[in-house]
Structure formats: structure tokens, C-alpha cells
Design a protein around this ligand. Structure first.
Ligand code: NAP
Length: 332
């Protein structure tokens, strides 16, 4: 029987999500990879227990996570039964819909038909009565934004989700979505964008919209899928995500370029001078901005969580350090 660590809430910082009543851990754990049907149950359990033992109360999913799609939700359903049912009220579980999930015109994008059906399926797979956060996973160029947003409002009114969020929406569309949701009476809790030292689009408008509107922000792939760690400093290890050919948007060997590695090595030197691992440095660099609620990490081993979490020991950066980061990143 699993007994969570008694000191778990003393180890974590909790940040308020925008103007809402909800606080999230400064680090959250995503189940995009490493939690599919093919991944051993006991390993998945250990990773989730390690996270919770360190105060990570937020697990992030989507309808299509895991191989095959949907299997990460099934796996967490099993693990909740085994380890966490008594702790449901201590957990924030999110899921999403927006990418291709089943055949035909109702298994993708942002219609009411797709979103309602998908959330019902997710709840069945996870054996949950409700999720804490339900996201629209990506903007739909065809469905009226009003339909998608009113569906997010609907699922909250139906009690199937407590809060709603959007993911991958650019700044202007985010503003429109936030305005619509305000009118509907279900405020947008959070935005989930891709953001890391290597992926900085959110700095060109999105973070300002979120800050002004009091919407939280939970960046995904903050370690650039592992590239912004010490993992690839000396080649591509066989057990790494890049070597495993996972598909479904996972990084490939070919995406690890020499020019990126040059930057990674220089960033690693800077991290070492601060007494941090590169993973800790990369996460701290995101968490320095108070508009960030939480960084959404992935992990293939429990030790990666215990390493990464130490980023909380120092997320202050001197002007010189920040300038050096810009110098390194602006190299060709
Ligand atoms: N909304 C969206 O469209 C979207 C898209 C993608 C992801 N997400 C969410 O974001 C979550 C995180 O994404 P991600 O997995 O790409 O995040 P990430 O944190 O950038 O990458 C995770 C990978 O980095 C490596 N790693 C992590 N900590 C490490 C450490 N301390 N030292 C060395 N290596 C370390 C591991 O790679 P190895 O596996 O090689 O060991 C791990 O699998 C997903 O699970 C999902 O919930 C959302």
C-alpha cells in the first residue's frame, strides 16, 4: 500500500493560477510519453509516486497521449485505483481534446460534438467523475470560436470539468477566447503553450495577454524534450526520447543538431557556474517570470523529477547571466 511522503507539501512551491482560486505546484508532470500501454506499469507508478511525494499535485494528460492514443489515460486510471483514490482531492488532473482521436468528421478539432464526446471518453478511461482542468488542445481554423468556447463553458456547467483552459492558441486568438469565456461566466483558467530557452514565441505578446487578463500559464516541453538537459552533451543515448522513434510529435535524432548542441554545452557551463544541472537551470529560467504558474515537465525516470525539482532552490538570475543566455542563444 502506498503511503505518500508526510513532508510532501513542505518541499514544493505553489503558485496561484492567474486570478483564480486555484494554486498549482511550480512543477507539474505530463504523461504525453512514458505512460502508454507499452510502458511497464510499475515504472509508471514509481514516477507518479515520486512526483506526488515531492508535492507535485498536478498530472497533465490529453485524449491522445500514450501509444496507442488513449492508453496514458487508461494507465493513470489504473494507477489512481492502486495508489491515489484516497488522494483524489489532493490532485489536479487535466485532459485535453483538439487533435485527431478517432475516424470521421467528429474525432478532431473543436466542434461541440467532438469535445463533449471526447471528454466523456476520457472520463471513462481514467475512471473519473470529473477532471480538474479541460483544455481545448489547439485552435480550430474552421469551427467558430464561439462554439468551442461555449462547449468549454458547458462541460463546467455539467460538472465534468472544474476549470477550463486553452493550449497552443496565439496571442490574438487567446484574447478573443478569454473575452468570450468572460461573457459566458466561465473564466479561462490557464493557457498551455510551448516555451523553453529554445522556443520563445510566447514572449511576443502571449505572456502580456495572460498577465493582463489574469490567466495562468503552464509551459510545456520546458526542457525541449530533454535537449536542455545534460542528456545529449556527449551524443544520443540509446534510452533517450530522440533514439526511441516514438512518433506523435516526439523529438527525433535528426532534430538534435550540432549548432543546438553548441548552445547546450555553453548553457551547461553557465548552469554549472550557478551550481545547477542544465535541467534545473532551464526550468529556473522559465520560473523567474511571475506570470508563469507552473512548468510542465516530462520524465522517463524518477531521478529526473528529483533532479529537476531542485530548480526551485534558485530561480533568480543576474543581469550578466541573462545577457550571457541571450548571447549564447543568438549565435548561429
Ligand atoms: N499542449 C500541448 O500541445 C503539449 C505538447 C507536448 C507536451 N505537452 C505536455 O507537456 C508535458 C511535458 O512535455 P515534454 O515531455 O516534452 O517535457 P520536457 O520536460 O521538455 O521533456 C521531458 C524529457 O526530458 C528528459 N528529462 C526530464 N528531466 C530530466 C532531467 N532532470 N535530466 C535529464 N533529462 C531529463 C527526459 O527525456 P528521456 O525520455 O529521453 O529520458 C524526459 O522524458 C507532456 O507530458 C504533456 O503533458 C503538451
Amino acid at each position: 500500500m502506498y503511503i505518500p511522503h508526510a513532508q510532501r507539501y513542505q518541499q514544493m512551491e505553489y503558485r496561484r493560477c492567474g486570478n483564480s482560486g486555484l494554486k498549482l505546484p511550480a512543477l507539474s508532470l505530463g504523461l504525453w510519453h512514458n505512460f502508454g500501454e507499452v510502458d511497464p506499469l510499475e515504472k509508471c507508478r514509481t514516477i507518479l509516486r515520486t512526483a506526488f511525494d515531492h508535492g507535485i499535485t498536478h498530472f497533465d494528460l490529453a485524449n491522445n497521449y500514450g501509444r496507442p492514443a488513449g492508453s496514458a489515460e487508461e494507465k493513470i486510471g489504473t494507477i489512481l485505483d492502486k495508489d491515489f483514490r484516497d488522494h483524489r482531492d489532493e490532485l489536479i488532473i487535466s485532459t485535453k481534446a483538439g487533435y485527431t482521436m478517432w475516424e470521421g468528421p467528429y474525432g478532431d478539432w473543436g466542434s461541440k460534438k467532438y469535445l463533449v464526446s471526447s471528454l466523456d471518453q476520457s472520463l471513462r478511461r481514467m475512471k473519473l467523475e470529473y477532471v480538474d482542468i479541460f483544455y481545448h488542445h489547439r485552435p480550430d481554423p474552421e469551427t467558430p470560436l464561439e462554439e468551442t468556447m461555449s462547449t468549454l463553458d458547458l462541460v463546467v456547467r455539467q460538472g465534468k470539468a472544474l476549470y477550463i483552459g486553452i493550449s497552443n492558441y496565439p496571442a490574438r486568438q487567446t484574447q478573443k477566447a478569454v473575452d468570450l469565456l468572460k461573457q459566458l461566466g466561465t473564466p479561462c483558467l490557464i493557457h498551455q503553450p510551448k516555451y523553453s530557452l529554445f522556443e520563445r514565441w510566447v514572449e511576443k505578446g502571449l505572456l502580456d495577454v495572460l498577465g493582463n487578463e489574469g490567466v495562468g500559464c503552464i509551459p510545456f516541453s520546458p526542457l525541449a524534450q530533454g535537449l536542455l538537459t545534460n542528456k545529449y552533451l556527449h551524443g544520443i543515448p540509446p534510452d533517450s526520447r530522440a533514439a526511441r522513434h516514438l512518433g506523435n510529435g516526439a523529438m527525433e535524432e535528426s532534430s538534435v543538431t550540432e549548432s543546438q548542441l553548441l548552445k547546450v554545452r555553453q548553457l551547461n557551463e553557465l548552469a554549472t557556474r550557478r551550481g545547477q544541472s542544465l535541467a534545473q537551470f532551464s526550468l529556473a529560467w522559465i520560473l523567474k517570470d511571475p506570470r508563469i504558474t507552473s512548468v510542465l515537465i516530462g520524465a522517463s525516470k524518477p531521478e529526473q523529477i528529483t533532479d529537476s525539482i531542485k530548480c526551485l532552490e534558485n530561480y533568480q538570475f543576474s543581469k550578466e547571466e541573462l545577457n550571457r543566455v541571450e548571447e549564447i542563444l543568438s549565435e548561429p
